[in-house]
Design a protein around this ligand. Structure first.
Ligand SMILES: [Zn+2]
Ligand SMILES: [Zn+2]
Length: 341
């Protein structure tokens, strides 16, 4: 297998483009969509139906799972192990593959690794890789301002407005049929034949994401169909719910309540309770201060498993040109307030 590769994502310069200024709420609502100023595309009906299914069914599964467990159904150790395995694989696919690699170009990876990471990210059921990256680049470009696809400050700064905004940032925006134009926000990724292929295979990878736990459950229980069914349920559907809502919490909670040790022009915050489950992505204040950094948890004790894995990949020679945050770069972004805040 050829070892050479290039990761061609253009790291988004957080300084451009400016959308609007000031602390005033976005006028996106008044324009009926994200904003009349910013061109968008419209999601086809089949994709809208699929989105509803993949958001509603896992939610119902969690309710059913709790009832099932409460009635004495329990959950086997194999199901727990498979669920943790699939959370770990698919979440890191998003955090390392979709986010730090494809969206921000935080490192260059060998071709097989880039494809693998994009495949693992696709199995999280958060949309195809190029679509995800385009949405997220638009988020950084207009963060918490008019044009941001999912700012919790969209409706204003009052209590009710922020409560509505949190819902919008968490899941509401996903149901909006307006989509980020990928040609505008991810032209480099569209030129990458490997990522384009993985992007096109998203429906098949979604099927794999549900079938793989069932197959493993079947095998690990010595050919039990019940073992296949429960693994499909816990490590397939319920796992998708867990990974979804962890990612969604970065868009909602991590732009509202937490600490701001670093300077950003938006309201991104660090939220330590989410560090482990989010694989290090909840150090979101530093991420917005330095979007191309391969590490988000830059202060001592800030767990960032995504950065730890990138470090391992680097030592194995699988990735190169990793944008590790140098101490001077970190300090230059720190607010003058208490560094520990
Ligand atoms: Zn953000
Ligand atoms: Zn980002």
């Amino acid at each position: 297998m050829p070892a050479s590769s290039t990761q061609t994502a253009t790291p988004l310069d957080p300084s451009v483009p400016e959308a609007s200024s000031g602390e005033s709420p976005s006028n996106a609502e008044a324009s009926g969509g994200r904003s009349a100023e910013f061109p968008t595309e419209f999601r086809p009906l089949w994709a809208q139906i699929a989105l509803w299914i993949f958001l509603v069914v896992p939610t119902l599964a969690v309710v059913a799972g709790v009832v099932f467990a409460a009635l004495g159904g329990g959950i086997s150790l194999i199901d727990v192990a498979l669920a943790i395995l699939f959370v770990t694989i698919t979440s890191h696919g998003v955090t390392i593959g979709y986010h730090r690699m494809a969206t921000h170009g935080a490192f260059k990876g060998k071709r097989w690794l880039r494809i693998t990471l994009a495949v693992c990210g696709s199995m999280s059921a958060e949309g195809s890789v190029i679509r995800w990256a385009a949405d997220h680049r638009m988020h950084h470009a207009f963060s918490d301002r008019d044009g941001d696809p999912h700012s919790p400050w969209r409706y204003g700064t009052g209590f009710r407005a922020v409560a509505r905004g949190l819902w919008w940032a968490h899941v509401g925006w996903l149901f909006d049929r307006e989509e980020t134009p990928v040609e505008r926000y991810a032209p480099d990724l569209l030129k990458d034949p490997d990522l384009r292929r993985v992007d096109r295979l998203f429906p098949q990878l979604m099927a794999l994401s549900l079938v793989a736990p069932a197959v493993l459950g079947f095998a690990l229980t010595g050919g039990s169909w019940w073992g296949a069914l429960t693994a499909f349920f816990w490590a397939g559907i319920v796992r998708i719910f867990v990974v979804h809502h962890t990612t969604f919490a970065i868009n909602s909670i991590c732009h509202v309540t937490g600490t701001r040790p670093f300077m950003t022009r938006d309201k991104a915050v660090n939220v330590w309770p989410l560090a482990i489950l989010s694989m290090g992505e909840s150090w979101h204040n530093y991420h917005h201060a330095d979007p191309t950094s391969a590490r988000h948890g830059v202060d001592p004790g800030q767990l960032d498993s995504s950065a730890a894995l990138i470090r391992i990949f680097e030592r194995l020679g699988w990735v190169s040109d990793v944008r590790w945050p140098k101490p001077a770069r970190v300090e230059a972004r720190r607010t003058s307030a208490d560094p520990a805040s």
